[in-house]
Every structure is written in C-alpha cells, then in structure tokens.
Ligand binder design. Structure first.
Ligand code: SF4
Length: 424
C-alpha cells in the first residue's frame, strides 16, 4: 500500500475525483516517470504531495516526530535538510524508521549528497548552480544511478540570480533589467539546459525539475515554458511565500493555475509556519481540483448575512474541529445560517444543518432527521455524522450526497415557524 493511503477497507467508499473537474480541466501533461521509494512521480501517477521538516535533522527523535506528523496529515514523502555531516549520520536512523520516503536536500556540499545516498534516502534535491565543480555533480549522479534514485534539479529564482560569482551576477542582473520576468525565465531555461546536459551526458534521466519564484506570475510562466521544453516531471512550488495568511493566496494562485492546466507532478506549498499547514492546504488544493480523492470530511458553510439568527461562526469552527477529530470518512457536511437560501447553498451535502430562530434542522441525505435547540446543534449534528459514517462503514449507506430542491418559502406550510427546506 502506498504510504499515506487510507486502509484498504476504506478505499471503496472514498469520493472519486469530481466529474466536473475532469470535464473542464485539460488532461494531465504526460511526462517521464520517476520513483521515490514506493511513490511514483509523473507519467500517469497522481500528483504527489510533499513537505519539508522545519527542525534540525540531526535531532533524530524530533525529526522523526515531525515526519510522522506530516505523513499523518497526508504527505506522500518528506524532505529534510542535510547541511552537516551529523545530519547525514542521523539519516541512517531516520530513513528506516520513517513511514514515508525521505528526500535529502543538499546545498553546496556534494559529500552530503553521497552520504545521504549511502544512508538510503529515496531522492536527492540538488542545485548544480551551487556545486560549481562538475566532476562532483557527476559523482552524485553516478551514486544515484547505482542506487536507482532520482534527483530534483532546481533552477529557482534565488539559486540562479544570487550567484557568488559577482561578474556573472552582474551580467544576469543586466539581462534581467530588460524585462524582469521574461529575462528571469530565459535564464532559468538556460540554466536548466546547462544542468540537464550534465545529467543527460551521464545518461541519467531520473530527474524532476523545479523553477520556483516568490512571484506567482513568474512561477506560472516559468513552469508553462518548461513543460513545453522538457518531458521531465515537474515539482511545483512558490518560494518564500511567507506565513499561511499571505502565502496561501500566493501559492494557490500559482499552483492551482498550473495544475488546472495539466502541469505539475508533485507539489510543495511552503509556509513560514508549521509545515503541517503546507500539507493540509496542498491536500485541499488537490481535492478541490479533483486530483485526489478525499479521505476525510468536507465542510461547507455559509458566509452568514443579515438573516442569521445564531452564532454560526462559532458553530462552524466547532464543527470543523469535531469532524476532523471524529469522522474519518469523506462526509460532506453543510452548516447553513438559515432555511431561506441555505438549501441551495449546501447542495450535495450528506449531512446538513439549517439554523434559524435559535434552533437547527438537521437533514441526512435528504431526510429530515431532527430539529434541535441552538445549544444542541453541535452535538446533534455530530451524532448524525457518526451514525451515517457507521452505516457507511457497515455497507448500509453510501456517501452520495443529497440533491437539494429549493422551494419558495411561500409554498411551504408555515404553522408559525420558518419554512423547511426539502432535500431529496
Ligand atoms: S444561508 Fe442564509 S444566513 Fe447564510 S448567507 Fe445564505 S441567506 Fe444568509
């Protein structure tokens, strides 16, 4: 079983990628395929999700705890930095104990790459721009070839512009000044041509390419150009995106646009924060684009408006937390502020609650189950979710969602209470 995949008994009840996404998105661009342990990147493999530990690799227990947390959140493999020999020493303990494949991130010191390969890592990330001695790069290629592991070759904005060689940097700056984005992408392509010639001369093709920038527009244009030029799988990312509050939009703009046009074989969203947020957001992005089936609940909620009569924001926050902790199936749950527009906005939910006038009406797959007071809404909704999940687990129900028929409130029987939505 692939790391991070759900247990076999759950695979039959996972939601499928959305038909609508399949119908509007172009097919994934075909690339060569490489393998990272049991995970495949490129070809017809699903888009792989990765992240990177934020602590010191040489602190073995802490590093492993972080890797386990990221794997639990849904990372298909995890990258660790190995700036020192003590980090590659630690890999001897980390790699065999990790639940997912490990990628060693190497900068400057080719010895770290050789040590990491010897320690059993499943992939190397290398920036040939940082290792000027081509013989050293060739030694790393030879070691990876012997072990059958791929190399990610980066031509990221920071790595190609901030060269130590001042003369070269001045030339590049002058070139960039013509038109920053176009000049930068041209240099990225030139660098990739130069780097790939080294790999291809050694008949090494297990390569993944990255060309990141902090600017989403450059990321989109660079990867689009690269996808037209090479058939290597692409690792998508936005560098130095900042904290989730600002980095989220930046990352999703770039990665979502590329993925929606069929470009990208593995992604990493990078934040200046706990990397678990990277995995959670990456997973949500892939699910939203229909590129990964959901394994956990999906919450939809109305934004509230002048019709609201309960504390919906708190209810939504509480429901989100309890669903994540208690429900391990892709139930679609809707929390709506009223029965007037709520039904139309929660179309397709498995379990829905419509709040109003201090009470909530709960529907399960089209059937009205109960009306509860505001203080009972959270517990009652979770009770219904657990019960439906149990029935699904026993094979007595399917997570098909409910179609909502919106009826005019005037057409509903009133009896002094708010009209009820009709779900079917
Ligand atoms: S569901 Fe009701 S309360 Fe929520 S935004 Fe729509 S109309 Fe407003």
């Amino acid at each position: 079983m692939r790391p991070g995949a759900p247990p076999a008994e759950l695979t039959t009840i996972l939601t499928k990628p959305k038909d609508v996404a399949e119908s509007v998105m172009p097919p994934r661009r075909k690339t060569r395929q490489v393998t990272v342990g049991p995970v495949k990147i490129g070809g017809d493999a699903p888009v792989a999700l990765q992240s990177m530990t934020s602590g010191y690799t040489y602190e073995v227990d802490k590093c492993l705890a972080e890797i386990h947390k990221l794997a639990q959140a849904g990372a298909d493999f995890v990258r660790v930095a190995v700036p020192d020999k003590r980090d590659t020493e630690a890999l001897k303990h980390i790699v065999p104990a990790s639940p997912v494949p490990i990628v060693a991130d190497v900068h400057f010191h080719f010895e770290r790459a050789l040590e990491a390969i010897a320690a059993g890592v499943h992939k190397i990330r290398l920036n040939p721009g940082n290792i000027r001695d081509r013989d050293k790069v060739r030694r790393v290629i030879a070691a990876c070839k012997e072990r059958g592991i791929p190399i990610r070759v980066g031509a990221n904005e920071g790595g190609i512009v901030e060269r130590k060689d001042k003369e070269q940097r001045a030339v590049e700056k002058a070139q960039l000044d013509e038109d920053y984005a176009a000049g930068l992408i041209r240099i990225m392509l030139e660098k990739l041509d130069e780097y790939l010639r080294i790999f291809e001369a050694e008949q090494f093709y297990d390569v993944v390419i990255s060309a990141k920038s902090p600017d989403p527009r450059i990321v989109i244009d660079a990867y689009t150009a690269i996808s037209q030029r090479y058939d290597y799988p692409l690792h998508l990312g936005v560098t130095h995106a900042g904290p989730p509050e600002t980095g989220r939009i930046r990352s999703i703009t770039a990665l979502g646009t590329l993925l929606a046009t069929g470009i990208g074989d593995t992604i990493r969203i990078s934040y200046a924060a706990d990397p678990v947020f990277e995995v959670e957001d990456g997973k949500e992005l892939l699910c939203c684009l229909g590129l990964r089936g959901r394994t956990g609940p999906e919450l939809i909620a109305c934004p509230t408006c002048g019709r609201i009569e309960v504390d919906l924001f708190k209810l939504v926050a509480d429901v989100r937390q309890r669903l994540a902790a208690e429900i391990k199936l892709p139930l679609k749950v809707a929390v709506m502020g009223c029965v007037v527009n709520g039904p139309g906005e929660c179309e397709g939910a498995d379990v829905a609650i419509f709040a109003g006038k201090g009470r909530g009406i709960i529907y399960v797959q089209g059937e009205q189950k109960q009306t509860v007071t505001e203080d009972r809404m959270l517990d009652a909704l979770l009770d219904e979710c657990r019960e439906l999940a149990a029935r699904v687990g026993r094979g007595e129900a399917k997570l098909i969602g409910a179609q909502v028929e919106v009826k005019s409130p005037k057409a509903q029987p009133s009896k002094g209470s708010a009209p009820l939505p009709v779900l079917r």
